[in-house]
Design a protein around this ligand. Structure first.
Ligand code: FES
Ligand code: FES
Length: 155
């Protein structure tokens, strides 16, 4: 198959050619589009490191066939602060509250919270936990992540 896929990526009109139905959005983002801030972890839907927003909702990009994003708006961690500064308020909260160490999981957690806060600016702790389910962190510990998430809701 050869399919042209047009979509918006981090605010820019983007066109890719997909030649295999099974190629994932994760691989296209990292290998063709320079979005290496989208991490490749388990590649199996278990860790959340590859999370992106598609039309504002969090998806694990390792589970999304690239052709499925036709006509959508995709946001990666690199779109939140394209020039590095200023950081998005959720990113800043994670920095302020030591919400990460190695940072491998960070993009997934941050994007899930960004998605949550757009629709629910004053979430309960349970809503925060629900939004982060599926994002595994092997180093920081979830208490700091929760602290950062709470700080992001009350910057
Ligand atoms: S790399 Fe996608 S969930 Fe782990
Ligand atoms: S900060 Fe290292 S995996 Fe979360």
């Amino acid at each position: 198959m050869t399919l042209t896929v047009d979509f918006t990526l981090d605010g820019a009109a983007t066109s890719i050619t997909v030649t295999e139905a099974a190629i994932t959005l994760l691989d296209i983002l990292r290998q063709q589009l320079g979005k290496t801030g989208t991490r490749a972890g388990c590649r199996n839907g278990d860790c959340g490191a590859c999370t992106v927003l598609i039309d504002g909702e969090a998806y694990k990009s390792c589970l999304v066939p690239a052709w499925r994003v036709t006509g959508t708006t995709v946001e990666t961690i690199q779109g939140l602060a394209p020039n590095g500064e200023p950081l998005h308020p959720v990113q800043q909260a994670f920095r302020n509250e030591d919400g990460f160490q190695c940072g491998f999981c960070l993009a997934g957690s941050v994007l899930c919270l960004v998605s949550l806060l757009r629709t629910n600016p004053d979430p309960t702790d349970q809503s925060i936990v629900d939004s982060l389910v599926g994002n595994l962190c092997r180093c920081t510990g979830y208490q700091q992540i929760m602290t950062a998430a709470r700080a992001a809701t009350d910057p």
